[in-house]
Design a protein. Structure first.
Ligand code: 4AZ
Length: 838
């Protein structure tokens, strides 16, 4: 035995010698010994190797067979079938009733029989459970579990997907079947049932004629919904009805891949092809969350993960008669029409046709004012699921206003929704037009849309196809882009590609060995990150990411060390060794991830600007805006507190701050908090002639409670850089036109930061370093009287919003080349810190 063992070892050594020169060969005398015993030993070795190989092969095969080929995988299918020869009883809605159990038993054995007769299904079927019944005659819902070897999985999937074969295999076989079934449909289980929840709940609700039925997540609104939960709400209506379901409030965990979610199905089976919507996060109260079913059932599921505390939802549903038909024939010069139940989500599985006809001497066009026909995962180029079709062209997705014109007096419009995922739909009007003058008094876009003549050649694309900006002769104040468009000269070299072909930014590029500063200046590349502010705005010392000597433009960590990264505060990255750049960052975020898509114009949605404050004076109503920067402090403009007509506006007892407010007409609305002011500190250098240092901080008598509609805005560091050309948002209840009255609904406007030198020229040298100009130089968008003191905010890294300015003054409102002037927060930041500690 000893020799036998020696030999293979020797072989290995030989092998290894080929690899490693340091291993010695066996001595010559040993090899002689081996030669002598050679033939017998070789036979033994060969047999041993063969045996070894055979054993390995068999083990491998067995291992593969059991582990991969034969080890069954568990698969669950959700299905439903229609029982034709059975009457529906109310008791079938209660799964613990004897009637339910009796029918469930029959359906179960029918399903089992169907499976048994199918060679690709029967052998792998483990269990079927009947979960619910609904009317029509009787629809039974069930799930079936299978244990199937991997190599048979595909054929099982195929067989289960073939509803024809499932029914055919059943009916002819039984000469006298107790249950006549059809439409046996099953789908692979989606996520909803795949979880292994610790908490599950099941509710069954039937709509009552003429009544609205409410339901909520467990514990709502006093305690959060459970973690690790899977809850079902089976909603039913009478046989010839459909269901309208509305989520009145919805506050779930913010959306992530594995976050909590609810799904609504147009079926009592949680199957993806019948899913209507998947919702997570938090929706503004005005967001339309109404869904329609196509039949008399709906299923709501809630799937939660193992952590988080969120309130959940409150929902309502009622039944309504099944829609008979939609679409129809529309005649006349103009008219309006919408998708069924607009602005609720249109029902699935619906087809509508509108035949529109105007007077025979005119042409007809259709203008979509709202268009939301978006199906998740479907590119707008294909429109294979839900769509609108006009003259053979399909439209889907989300669009701002657009027009489809016909060259005759008729148009046929078709709307189709498939089984799954619905959206808000469209609201449209049809209009007759004269083919020789389609837009009387207006400019006609190539798409057929009519826009104001003043919008032609103004630098903004008002026609979606840009036809309003083509073939323009540029004015004195405009720059001609290479693509022929005319843009305001102030947009040249502002670091924004306004032309679309970047030609407005080309003449400004610096030489190859130099660096382009954010303010457009060129400095030698060697001066970048040299610790000196060569640009004058610190941009050559930004993003160097090293600890540097502290300078005016370097961010100072709490430790006293300075870093040269630009705008490091609250950007989600820890830049200071002591992480102080990411401290106090509970600010600048909206609570609602989805805001309303229906509210039009420049009205703000509830909770869209949760730091916006309305400052009221007793007997006078809203006077100025302000921004919430912490639980106890507001930032506003000093000029709001100047004495006027004998009234001492600097007296804090005159003022009341309204927080969480959107509509001035609803001061006691839900979510609104009122606070008295403890003290008003205006900047001591405020100059009521020049409006230099126009800033004030206000301390509240008691701290606010942060809510979904009340949140603080982030204060930028004094070194924060808001680059010229950046789009910023201004909000307020100020006048909507110069000399006009204030707005009732909080207004918002997107405006641009303008170069300080350019603006100083426009405003005849009235700017100081504590001011900045923001606006649209073509006019039309601006802050105005009553917006003063309110926020000018910038969306920064990690979507946080920072206070960039405070509405201060202007030469009128929204005039051409007269942008609004704002107090520059960064220049006044140290003073704010000194008085508020923030
Ligand atoms: C004001 O009177 C006012 N166009 C505020 C801002 C602007 C003009 C006037 C800017 O409160």
């Amino acid at each position: 035995m000893g020799g036998c063992v020696d030999l293979p070892l020797g072989l290995f050594e030989l092998d290894m010698n080929n690899l490693d020169e340091g291993v010695e060969f066996l001595p010559a005398m040993n090899s002689k010994k081996m030669e002598k015993r050679g033939p017998k030993r070789q036979v033994v070795v060969t047999i041993l190797i063969i045996v070894f190989l055979l054993v390995s092969l068999t083990t491998g095969l067995l291992f593969w067979h059991f582990k991969y080929r034969n080890t069954p995988i568990q698969k669950v299918f959700n299905g439903h079938l229609r029982v034709l020869n059975w009457e529906f009883l109310d008791a079938y809605e209660n799964s613990s009733s004897p009637e339910f159990s009796m029918l469930a038993k029959k359906v179960k054995s029918t399903v089992e029989e169907i499976y048994k007769n199918h060679a690709d299904i029967g052998p792998y079927h483990k269990e079927t459970v009947i979960t619910a019944f609904s009317e029509g005659s009787v629809i039974a819902y069930y799930w079936s579990e299978f244990l199937v070897p991997k190599y048979r999985e595909e054929s099982l999937d195929r067989a289960m997907a073939d509803k024809q074969s499932l029914v055919q295999r059943w009916n002819p076989r039984l000469r006298n079947p107790m249950l006549k079934v059809e439409s046996v449909i099953a789908f692979r289980e989606g996520q909803a049932g795949a979880a292994s929840p610790a908490n599950s709940c099941m509710f069954s609700l039937h709509a009552k004629e003429g009544e609205v039925t409410s339901f909520t997540t467990p514990g709502f609104p006093n305690s959060p919904y459970p973690n690790n939960a899977l809850c079902y709400w089976a909603l039913r209506a009478d046989a010839s009805s459909t269901i309208s379901l509305t989520f009145k409030t919805l506050e779930l965990e913010p959306c992530r891949d594995d976050s909590d979610y609810i799904k609504v199905y147009n079926s009592l089976s949680p199957v993806e092809p019948h899913a209507l919507v998947r919702l997570c996060g938090n929706y503004a109260p005005s967001y339309n969350l109404t869904f329609l079913s196509s039949q008399n059932v709906m299923l709501v599921t809630l799937v939660t993960n193992k952590e988080g505390r969120f309130p959940g939802f409150k929902a309502e549903f009622f039944q309504l008669p099944k829609m008979k038909a939609c679409g129809g024939s529309l005649k006349g010069d103009s008219g309006t029409f919408t998708t069924p139940y607009y602005p609720a989500h249109y029902p699935p599985d619906t087809d509508c046709v509108w035949n529109i006809e105007v007077s025979s001497i005119k042409n007809v066009k259709v203008r979509f004012n709202m268009f939301y026909v978006l199906e998740p995962g479907i590119p707008v180029s294909s429109c294979t699921k839900d769509y609108v079709q006009i003259n053979g062209t399909r439209y889907c997705g989300e669009h701002s206003q657009f027009v489809v014109a016909s060259t005759t007096n008729r148009i046929e419009l078709l709307f189709h929704s498939d089984q799954s995922y619905t959206d808000t739909g469209f609201s449209a009007e049809f209009l007759s037009y004269d083919s020789s003058d389609p837009c009387p008094g207006k400019f006609t876009c190539n798409t057929g849309r009519c826009i104001d003549r003043s919008m032609r050649c103004d630098g903004w694309l008002d026609c979606v196809d840009g036809s309003d900006e083509r073939s323009c002769t540029c004015t004195e104040q405009q720059f001609r882009c290479q693509n022929g468009w005319c843009k305001p000269k102030f947009w040249v070299c502002d670091n924004v590609n306004d032309c679309g072909d970047n030609s407005d930014e080309l003449q400004c590029s610096c030489a190859a060995d130099s660096f382009k500063c954010d303010n457009g200046k060129c400095v030698p590349s060697t001066q970048k990150c040299d610790g000196k502010d060569d640009c004058g705005d610190g941009s050559d010392e930004g993003s160097c990411l090293t600890t540097v000597p502290c300078k005016k433009y370097t961010y100072k960590c709490r430790s006293g060390h300075c870093i040269s990264k630009q705008n490091p505060e609250c950007d989600g990255e820890q830049d200071c060794e002591d992480h102080s750049d990411e401290d106090n960052c509970n600010c600048g975020l909206r609570s609602y991830v989805r805001k309303s898509r229906i509210v039009g114009g420049q009205n703000s949605d509830v909770g869209e600007w949760p730091w916006q404050v309305s400052l009221h004076v007793k007997g006078q109503g809203h006077i100025c805006g302000a921004s919430l920067v912490s639980a106890s402090w507001l930032v506003s403009a000093a000029h709001c507190f100047l004495p006027l007509q004998g009234i001492r506006y600097s007296d804090p007892s005159l003022w009341t701050a309204y927080l969480g407010l959107t509509n001035q007409g609803d001061l006691s609305g839900s979510g609104v908090q009122t606070h008295k002011i403890k003290r008003i500190i205006s900047h001591p250098f405020f100059n009521d002639y020049t409006y230099d240092y126009d800033i004030a901080v206000l301390e509240l008598q008691r701290p606010v409670t942060f809510t979904a509609v009340i949140q603080p805005i982030c204060l930028p560091d004094a070194t924060h850089n808001f680059p010229v050309g950046k789009d910023l948002w201004v909000t307020g209840w100020g006048a909507t036109a110069e000399g006009g009255t204030g707005a009732s609904i909080l207004q918002k406007a997107e405006i641009r930061l303008i170069n300080q030198t350019v603006c100083n020229q426009l405003l005849t040298d009235q700017l100081t370093p504590r001011m900045m100009c923001v606006g649209i130089l073509t006019g039309g968008v601006d802050a105005c009287q009553g917006d003063s003191g309110g926020p000018l905010v910038s969306v920064e890294a990690s979507s946080r919003m920072f206070l960039a300015g405070v509405v201060s003054w202007g030469d009128g409102c929204a005039q051409r080349n007269k942008p609004g002037v704002y107090s520059r927060l960064t220049s006044l930041r140290d003073w704010i810190q000194e008085h508020t500690g923030l």
